[in-house]
Design a protein around this ligand. Structure first.
Ligand code: UFG
Length: 327
């Protein structure tokens, strides 16, 4: 298939582009490199540097290629930043997303696999979280993703789009070539590995007084390679609608730290800090729907396997993509 991957220079987009190319698909990566990395773009892909917020940029990407599907990753994705600068999230994620949908419509492309998030659920009434729970985002990031999901439902109804929204839980891990490099880095596993690399002295643990067995927050950590596989399955299927992507069980912050100590052999000192605003105590997916309908099974999401892969990548790339020459 001919596939357009927006945000294909970012963390999950680059890994998915790599998997698509391995599977023999023809890939065009579209990315403005504001958060992504040129070195993360697979050399087998056609690369277009462009910005979704500029309608002409995304229109041009469709010229001369008849895409079978669009995989839409390009977005800002920091919860904290979205609380400070909501306008960025509505402009980029919603406005940019609308430009993409309109370019697709103009070119008769109707299959879209959209990167959504468990942040669209907000604080869930119960866990595990299945797709029928109400979506009540608690930050502009989650709201912006929900707004695009809503737009997709209307485009499905009124413009014959065939959208799939994949709601990721906590993406983590790496492939040998591609890993997680955000600036600023706010995610737990890269921050743990910064301590191992000597780039920070101790891991801040944001709160140990939650209503969880050890007092720290529980998350469902899903390997980025398993997320990538779900996109290929969704793309090949005829399904429309939303799927949660997680393992179905969670680890606390302290459990992840303990596993990282085992994998790296480093003591990883911690420092207890106040709760981070907006962190729900427990987010765990029910991924039954993806398993049953898409035949998706996570293979690499055991927490030790996740940490081994993340550690291998961070050890080989202690400064992330800085200094990595695009091939
Ligand atoms: N944490 C720490 N110390 C750190 C970093 C994180 O204790 O240095 C804790 C957080 O407080 C949280 C857990 O580790 O309890 C996981 O935090 P992450 O920042 O790695 O991930 P989040 O669960 O906050 O965020 C993820 C995705 C978002 C998504 C969100 C939904 O990265 O895109 O889940 O809640 F929106």
């Amino acid at each position: 298939m001919k596939v357009l991957v927006t945000g294909g220079a970012g963390y999950i987009g680059s890994v998915t582009a790599e998997r698509l190319l391995d599977a023999g698909h023809e890939v065009t990566v579209f990315d403005n490199l504001s958060r992504g990395h040129r070195a993360a773009v697979d050399p087998r892909a056609r690369f277009i540097r462009g910005d979704l917020c500029r309608r002409a940029d995304i229109e041009a990407a469709f010229d001369g290629v008849s895409f079978d599907a669009v995989l839409h990753f390009a977005a800002f994705a920091l919860v904290g930043e979205s609380m400070q600068k909501p306008e960025l999230y509505f402009e980029n994620n919603v406005g940019g997303g609308l430009n993409l949908l309109e370019a697709m419509r103009a070119h008769g492309v109707r299959r879209i696999i959209f990167s959504s998030t468990c942040a669209t659920y907000g604080k869930p009434d119960r866990v595990p979280i299945d797709e029928t729970l109400p979506q009540r985002p608690e930050n502009p990031y989650g709201e912006s993703k929900l707004m695009l999901e809503t737009m997709l439902r209307w485009y499905e109804r009124l413009h014959s789009f065939r959208p799939v929204s994949l709601r990721y839980f906590n993406a983590c891990g790496a492939t040998p070539r591609l890993g997680e490099d955000h600036d600023p880095e706010t995610h737990l596993i890269p921050n743990i590995l910064r301590v191992v690399l000597g780039q920070s002295e101790a891991l801040p643990v944001f709160g140990n007084d939650y209503e969880t067995p050890d007092g720290t927050c529980i998350r469902d950590y899903i390997h980025v390679a398993d997320l990538a596989n779900a996109h290929l399955l969704a793309m090949a299927s005829d399904y429309v609608g939303a799927f949660n992507l997680g393992v179905g069980n969670g680890y606390s912050v302290l459990e992840v730290v303990k596993a990282a100590r085992t994998v790296t052999g480093h003591p990883i000192p911690i420092r207890i800090e106040p709760r981070r605003p907006g962190d729900p105590p427990r987010l765990v997916a029910s991924a039954e729907r993806a398993r049953t309908l898409l035949g998706w099974t996570p293979h690499r999401s055991d927490i030790h396997a996740v940490l081994e892969d993340a550690w291998a990548w961070h050890r080989a790339h202690p400064n992330g993509y800085a200094g990595v020459v695009p091939s």
